[in-house]
Design a protein around this ligand. Structure first.
Ligand SMILES: [Zn+2]
Ligand SMILES: [Zn+2]
Length: 459
């Protein structure tokens, strides 16, 4: 399936869907998995914040290509205000608005006091009513809590957290005088504060929240593994984010700290301490829908497949807490099964026209918790500022090593498995193939398409 979209295709697709269906029941398109695997993206932006599309356009992009669920995760806002207007006067915005009007005629407009044209943005409730289709497509509530911490020494760390299935803005962010940046708070404590506040709000709504630490390495190693070790109730993070480049430093070892390394270091510590394991999701972090920036923040790069009973937010959340999902960047497992009593992970992948490599990755019980090295780094282009200075700890290779590698020839499907050894803390699998991804932002395994299972422990 081609997932690159030209602007013309985008408009044509939106028009075809709009006229064929009147936005009601859309035709079933291309859900390749068995009916229990649901495909979704939980990180998307629209004109409700800094995304460059009306929410309807974002939804049509995903729904028309077979995604089953979508979260519109705008920055520090939930789409519940029926009186929210977007300025569509500027040249670029005007063009977007004209395109939108072709597909969705009749948008409410007004001219504000400064004489600028504005269009009303549809709310979550309106969008859900328009686009949700049983067993086919579900819009889930989603917000990107967007915060940062400035430390006394000048360092600046972003902390972005998506929370899903909670239809309200966190009270701390909704409070008058809210500022997204605060001073001198340990990142783990700040992260945990948001997780706890989200859980409280979710309980008020009688919902099960999915709380995700986003793009830890963006902008510049902002969240190290230590933060997630110290905030063990944070269960999800982005192993793959389609929108977040970062500037690599000179002199860092190539396997020093990418999101795969970070994941294993966190889980080695958590597993040894009997804490819940961290699970990884893939997202687009969509901002650009029409090729504005061809290589990042565009739709169709990364997603999750969730094996759930039914397409409702509660079932999806339950399945995700159980680890019944995979993260995907241009590549998918056909099936994943973990036999807890035997400690056996089995993955199935379909035939593709290129060879693939499956790695079963474990952490060993006797890994050394003390870093084997520490580096003080700044990205070359910001070498003169403290803002980006980071202490990077390099950990023992026994936290995250390939215990078994299976090469899969082109054109062949494959089942592969690994059984936990006595000295393994957990196992996860990652499959990759050479090939272009939609996004080429630097948080990605460049030139590789990948899929990740979750880490699993024996009982
Ligand atoms: Zn973000
Ligand atoms: Zn984002």
């Amino acid at each position: 399936m081609s997932i690159e979209t030209t602007r013309r295709e985008f408009i044509a697709g939106a028009l075809a869907l709009a006229s064929a269906t009147g936005f009601g029941a859309l035709p079933k398109i291309g859900v390749a998995k068995s009916k229990r695997w649901w495909k979704g993206n939980l990180h998307t932006h629209t004109f409700w914040s800094d995304g460059k599309a009306f929410p309807e356009e974002a939804i049509v992009w995903y729904k028309s290509r077979g995604w089953n669920f979508l979260g519109l995760s705008d920055h520090n806002i939930f789409q519940d205000n029926p009186d929210k207007w977007a300025d569509v006067s500027g040249d670029a915005r005007r063009k977007y608005f004209d395109t939108y009007l072709q597909a969705f005629p009749g948008a409410a407009t007004r001219t504000n006091a400064a004489g600028r044209l504005e269009a009303r943005l549809s709310t979550f409730a309106e969008l859900s009513a328009k686009f949700n289709t049983p067993d086919e497509f579900l819009l889930v509530p989603d917000v990107e809590a967007t915060r940062s911490v400035e430390f006394a020494d000048g360092r600046f760390h972003q902390l972005h957290m998506n929370y899903v299935n909670v239809p309200e803005l966190l009270p701390s962010i909704a409070a008058p005088g809210f500022s997204s940046t605060i001073k001198d708070k340990p990142l783990a404590a700040f992260l945990e504060e948001h997780r706890r506040e989200t859980a409280t709000l979710a309980a008020k709504h009688g919902r099960h929240e999915i709380f995700v630490l986003n793009h830890p390495i963006w902008t510049w190693y902002d969240v190290g593994p230590e933060v997630l070790i110290d905030a063990p109730d944070v269960r999800f993070f982005e192993i793959c984010n389609g929108g977040s480049p970062y500037a690599p430093a000179e002199g860092l070892p190539s396997d020093g700290l990418d999101t795969d390394r970070l994941w294993d270091v966190v889980n080695a510590f958590r597993a040894r301490r009997g804490m819940p394991l961290l699970y990884g999701i893939g997202t687009d972090d969509t901002h650009n829908y029409r090729g504005e920036k061809a290589n990042m923040c565009i739709p169709g790069n990364a997603w999750i497949l969730v094996k759930a009973e039914s397409l409702d937010a509660g079932s999806l959340a339950d399945a995700m807490y159980a680890g019944d999902f995979t993260a995907c960047e241009g590549l998918e497992f056909d099936d994943v099964a973990f036999d807890r009593s035997k400690g056996r992970l089995e993955v199935t992948i379909g035939a593709r026209d290129v060879p693939r490599t499956i790695r079963f990755i474990v952490s060993k019980r006797d890994f050394d918790e003390r870093p084997v090295g520490k580096l003080t780094v700044r990205p070359a282009k910001h070498a003169d500022t403290m803002r980006f200075q980071r202490e990077i700890a390099i950990y023992d290779k026994k936290a995250g090593m390939a215990a078994k590698t299976v090469e899969v020839p082109a054109g062949r499907p494959m089942k592969a498995s690994y059984t936990l050894a006595d000295d393994d803390l957990y196992v996860r699998a990652r499959v990759e193939e050479k090939g272009k991804t939609v996004s080429t932002a630097w948080l990605h395994p460049r030139g590789l398409r990948c899929a990740w299972t979750q880490p699993y422990r024996a009982c």
